[in-house]
Design a protein around this ligand. Structure first.
Ligand SMILES: Cc1cc2nc3c(=O)[nH]c(=O)nc-3n(C[C@H](O)[C@H](O)[C@H](O)COP(=O)(O)OP(=O)(O)OC[C@H]3O[C@@H](n4cnc5c(N)ncnc54)[C@H](O)[C@@H]3O)c2cc1C
Length: 314
């Protein structure tokens, strides 16, 4: 459902899941793996969750369901909650490779060539997580049978150091390609259910914010639940407002990243150089990207909008 490695902090997704799973058990939660056929029926008095584990069906009744079932959320679909997405700008593809021992373990490389945007995130012991952004028109080049070979060869470009290490490395993961769009729901809650993480809508993976978004959702919802006895839908309106602003700031930052790094040809290069110079000269413009580092909730109100876009790209 998600790539097996997360980017910038080089934290593997399965490791992060295991740490959280162990912490939940230690805190007293009843944790179950291998769950299938999840179904949720809600009412004003209690919620009924049924699921199958190892062939047998279980039923749990609770006051509130915190739905964290990812992008394709079955619970979101069962409750008929509409998911909105913006127009995708390009495709984004990831691959984990090994046998790249000559590549420095402490060097992350991000750049654009005439055809692709690339990210190289070493994981240690010769393993590297590679990402490519490319236009929809090139999807046949980087997907399917020839896709992996072309994917690796895309790093063979003069602007990229250690190309040989990548070209000769060994792919060890599925080669997954995603459209880069953001997604959101109008309200991340319903009677008896609150949505967190990707189930509530996600940000373009280029920002590498998925785990941060989800953990902040967890913190906000746990603080709400432990501080109030009212768990009715209205209790989550503040969370919905905070999340809307936070995600909209991240969406803006991702659109800037798309325009800067995932458009190709001489005009795009000029635009990239011009916008990056403007960002370096004016720290407020720089926030259009730096907001993913300082936290999207800290962006000055109104900064990430049409005026900043104009100042960067006009
Ligand atoms: C290409 C790409 C690169 C990314 N890179 C980064 C990155 O560098 N850094 C970062 O922080 N984030 C990154 N992300 C995003 C990140 O992976 C997600 O935002 C994050 O995993 C969301 O966590 P979650 O718990 O909401 O959902 P998930 O991690 O998707 O977890 C959902 C869980 O629910 C389970 N589930 C779903 N449906 C059912 C069902 N019907 N029955 C039983 N179980 C079910 C799934 O098996 C899964 O275990 C990336 C995403 C993509 C697509």
């Amino acid at each position: 459902m998600v790539p097996d490695v997360e980017g910038a902090m080089t934290q593997r997704h399965p490791d992060a899941c295991q740490v959280l799973f162990d912490a939940a058990e230690k805190a007293g939660a009843n944790c179950v793996r291998g769950v299938e056929d999840v179904s949720v029926v809600t009412s004003e008095s209690f919620q009924c969750v049924t699921f199958k584990v190892e062939g047998s069906v279980h039923e749990v009744r609770c006051r509130l369901v915190v739905a964290a079932d990812g992008r394709q959320s079955v619970i979101r679909r069962q409750l008929g909650i509409e998911l909105h997405t913006d127009e995708p700008h390009h495709l984004f593809s990831g691959l984990l490779v090994e046998d790249a021992d000559g590549f420095p373990a402490d060097l992350q490389v991000i750049g654009s060539t005439d055809e692709v945007h690339y990210l190289v995130l070493p994981q240690g012991s010769g393993r590297i997580r590679l990402y490519l952004g490319f236009p929809f028109s090139d999807r046949h080049r980087y997907t399917g049978e020839v896709g992996v070979r072309n994917f690796l060869d895309a790093f063979d470009t003069p602007s990229f150091p250690y190309a040989k290490e990548i070209v000769n490395s060994t792919p060890i993961s599925p080669h997954a390609t995603y459209a880069n769009e953001d997604a959101w729901v109008d309200e991340p809650f319903a009677q008896g259910v609150v949505f967190i993480g990707d189930a509530a809508g996600w940000n373009d993976p280029i920002n590498g914010q998925g785990l941060s978004i989800t953990l902040r959702d967890v913190r906000i919802i746990s603080e709400l639940l432990t501080s109030m006895s009212d768990w009715s839908p209205s209790a989550f309106s503040e969370y919905a407002t905070e999340r809307r602003v936070r995600m909209s700031n991240l969406r803006f930052a991702a659109r800037v990243a798309s325009k800067l790094n995932n458009e190709f040809g001489p005009e795009a290069v000029e635009r990239r150089v011009r916008a990056k110079t403007r960002m370096a000269e004016d720290p407020m413009l720089g926030l259009a990207q730096a907001v993913i580092m300082i936290g999207p909730e800290h962006a000055p109100e109104g900064l990430l909008g049409a005026n900043t876009w104009e100042a960067l790209f006009a």
